[in-house]
Design a protein around this ligand. Sequence first.
Ligand code: NI
Length: 213
Amino acid sequence: MNVSRSAGRVSASWLIVITAFAAALGLWAGTRLFGTPPQPELQGTLLYPAPRALPDFSLQKSDGGTLTPADWKGRWTVVFFGFTNCPDVCPTTMAKMKQVWNTLAAEGLADRVRFDFISVDPERDTPEHLARYVGFFSKDFVAATGSDEELTRLTRSLGLVYFREPAKDGHYNVDHSASLVIIDPGGRQAGLVQPPIDAGKLGADLRTLAATR
Ligand code: NI
């Protein structure tokens, strides 16, 4: 995701900003309206008042397997949607995810937390390409992608958006939400971490969440 002067890019970027704002407002309003059930004190993670069920989905993992909602049960899962040709936001976010993962794994929390990268650019992000890209950050990260139908349904349900822009000289950019999705061990969306991602806060939040269940 980056900034551009063209009208299409600007409106797409604004829609992402507005969607992120609406998600934050929804979290805030939900907390105000429904009261706050006992929730852990978190530094950078916005938790929904109640976890949200996910739609059914089936994505292709880079190792040839299938990623379904069942895979997001049993641990706290951090999900990031992006694309491997992304020049800025994705590599930066992936580097922070790597940093947090290495810290938590060293603390013995590797079986309580997991990190997934889902590409919203299935045409270019082949399984081989995805495996190489994500493996550069961590061999423990799961990488997957899928059809636009699956990706659109899943991202919309999670409160995220992405836009594949028209190709120029054979190249194209994909504008995408830069938030991280937090899935609870029950396989439900617990909340969001909005950019800019702070690795220290994310690590602290995951440590706290992992201690709750
Ligand atoms: Ni990106």
